[in-house]
Design a protein around this ligand. Structure first.
Ligand SMILES: Nc1ncnc2c1ncn2[C@@H]1O[C@H](COP(=O)(O)OP(=O)(O)OP(=O)(O)O)[C@@H](O)[C@H]1O
Length: 257
């Protein structure tokens, strides 16, 4: 599968702190790549480099076949790289339609409320979103529904790649399932999806590939269907022999007999 987005040798330093060192990553259209790693591994920094918040100190980014620089969030948007940050950046007091079209309202002389509402319904239906009405304030939606609204809003720019930063953090079981289902819809639409997550179960549920960052460096890219928990934990922690991997390997060898 050819990559829609490729990073090669990306480094990012903050003064003496090397947040990312020589990181490479490929994402294909219609593929979900999870980026995992412990606290401080560099996940947020990677998201910020891809969303135009930080410029990398070194390395190249290739998008849709051409080498690019992503100098600002506006440039990321224009290229077709959308990011849904953890805070979602929704306006609590505005309804779903208003949030979706905030700053890019459809007009025909006056605001075209009918067109915006119709487009909102279409989009949410395409995503199989469970939102009962588009005319309620975001403040009354659940965490999963809010995540859905934030993702839907980013799709209005017609991106080719979407980056989701901890999309299931702080969600209950049912809402998590809703969001994971939505991520599958994004893959079905042919988007390249980068999902940052701490939750191995969620990662395993939707990712095609799992990229591990450790102390700002690549520590392996794995096929999600094949990698064992033991291998993943070892890549994340950098240790092949610790209490967690020993427990995981005991469990797996018991399952073998
Ligand atoms: N603006 C900054 N200035 C200085 N150091 C920074 C800055 N942003 C990140 N860092 C450092 O870079 C390293 C990577 O941090 P980053 O936030 O990217 O990790 P992370 O994997 O997202 O962690 P977490 O899961 O805790 O959010 C850390 O050592 C962090 O302290």
């Amino acid at each position: 599968m050819s990559a829609i987005l490729s990073l090669r040798g990306i480094s990012k330093n903050f003064g003496a702190v090397a947040a990312l060192t020589d990181v490479s990553l490929d994402v294909a259209a219609g593929q979900v790549v999870a980026v995992v790693g412990d606290n401080g591994a560099g996940k947020s920094t990677l998201v910020k480099v891809l969303s135009g918040v930080h410029s990398p100190s070194a390395g190249t980014i290739t998008f849709a076949g051409a080498e690019v620089t992503i100098g600002s969030p506006a440039e990321a948007h224009t290229l077709g790289i959308a990011t849904v940050f953890q805070d979602l950046a929704l306006c609590e007091n505005l309804d779903v339609v208003e949030n979706l079209f905030l700053g890019r309202e459809l007009r025909r002389g006056r605001l075209d409320e009918v067109a915006m509402e119709t487009r909102s319904w279409e989009l949410l239906r395409e995503l199989s979103a469970k939102i009962p009405t588009v005319r309620i304030p975001v403040a009354s939606l659940s965490g999963g529904q809010r995540q859905t609204v934030a993702i839907a809003r980013s799709l209005l720019g017609d991106p080719k790649v979407i980056i989701l930063d901890e999309p299931t953090a702080a969600l209950g079981v049912e809402q998590t399932a809703e969001v994971l289902n939505l991520i599958e819809r994004l893959r079905d639409r042919g988007l390249g999806v980068i999902m940052i997550s701490h939750n191995m179960e969620d990662v395993r549920a939707v990712a095609d590939r799992i990229a591990v960052l450790r102390l700002g460096r690549d520590n392996g890219v794995f096929d999600a269907a094949e990698v064992s928990n033991e291998t993943l934990i070892a890549a994340i922690t950098g240790a092949t022999d610790n209490v967690v991997t020993r427990r995981a390997s005991r469990r797996e060898s018991k399952a073998d007999v």
